[in-house]
Design a protein around this ligand. Structure first.
Ligand SMILES: Nc1ncnc2c1ncn2[C@@H]1O[C@H](COP(=O)(O)OP(=O)(O)OP(=O)(O)O)[C@@H](O)[C@H]1O
Ligand SMILES: [Mg+2]
Length: 238
């Protein structure tokens, strides 16, 4: 393996998605090939309906592709459109997902929402509590550990959702417009958190965003147009 190949944490080969059939047929994702590398933050831009969420949910093993193959970390998960691994297990262990709204479980506290991601994977309670607290404290939420989601501000709730997505050290973090409900200061903070996670955990972070004010913080920009993904520009270093 060359060094750049060993850095690949996600490799998509001719992934495509067709919804519906006959007159309702929509080719939402044209055959798409790309790789993401350890430690990088990639922004995905593109107009409404261009296929960004379709791509992200396929990569996140939420939505099956019509064709194509996908490798995440060391594991082949989809081969020629068919699952070749336990997708639920791969999703839990290798993927962290952040949605536009925080999607926290309303009857669990901030800490419990984060712990759940570990306990579903059999991490013992004492360890899951300690790790969740450390991460939430690091995100400035040390005083909000026991708050229910309904008592958190939008920015706090989104940070809890990010903690939940990062706590199990996934190989790939996927975020679908995570800053859409935040003001520009909070939006930048979220993008900085992703950068930090990419650098410190070695994750590849793919972020769908309309927020051009945070693009100076990403390593690479991809553009989605009518289901076609293309490299847009190289972001300034730093
Ligand atoms: N479950 C579905 N069934 C049928 N068509 C769908 C489904 N989900 C998405 N589509 C269609 O696929 C295309 C791509 O949708 P997608 O949600 O991926 O776009 P998007 O880029 O995320 O848009 P937005 O910026 O508005 O979130 C659109 O034409 C959409 O109407
Ligand atoms: Mg979308």
């Amino acid at each position: 393996m060359t060094p750049s190949e060993s850095n690949i944490v996600l490799s998509a080969d001719s992934l495509s998605k067709v919804y519906g059939e006959g007159t309702l047929r929509v080719e939402a994702l044209k055959p798409t090939t790309f790789t993401a590398h350890t430690g990088e933050v990639v922004a995905i831009l593109g107009p409404s309906g261009s296929g960004k969420s379709t791509l992200l949910t396929i990569l996140g093993l939420i939505n099956p592709p019509t064709t194509g193959s996908l490798r995440i970390g060391q594991t082949k998960v989809i081969e020629k459109g068919r699952a070749v691994a336990n997708l639920d297990q791969q999703r839990r262990q290798q993927i962290g997902f952040v949605f536009q709204r925080s999607n926290l479980i309303p009857f669990l506290s901030a800490e419990e929402n984060v712990r759940l991601a570990l306990e579903l994977d059999d991490v013992p309670p004492a360890q899951s509590r300690a790790r969740s607290r450390t991460m939430l404290e690091g995100l400035g939420l040390g005083k909000r550990l026991h708050a229910l989601p309904s008592r958190l501000s939008g920015g706090e709730a989104q940070r809890v959702a990010i903690a939940r997505a990062l706590i199990h050290k996934p190989a790939v973090v996927l975020a679908d417009e995570p800053t859409a409900s935040l003001d520009s200061h909070r939006g930048r903070q979220v993008m900085e958190l992703f950068r930090e996670a990419a650098r410190s955990q070695g994750a590849a972070v793919l972020v769908v965003t309309h927020d051009h004010r945070t693009l100076d913080l990403v390593d690479r920009i991809l553009d989605m147009e009518d289901g076609v993904l293309s490299e847009k520009a190289v972001a300034a270093p730093g």
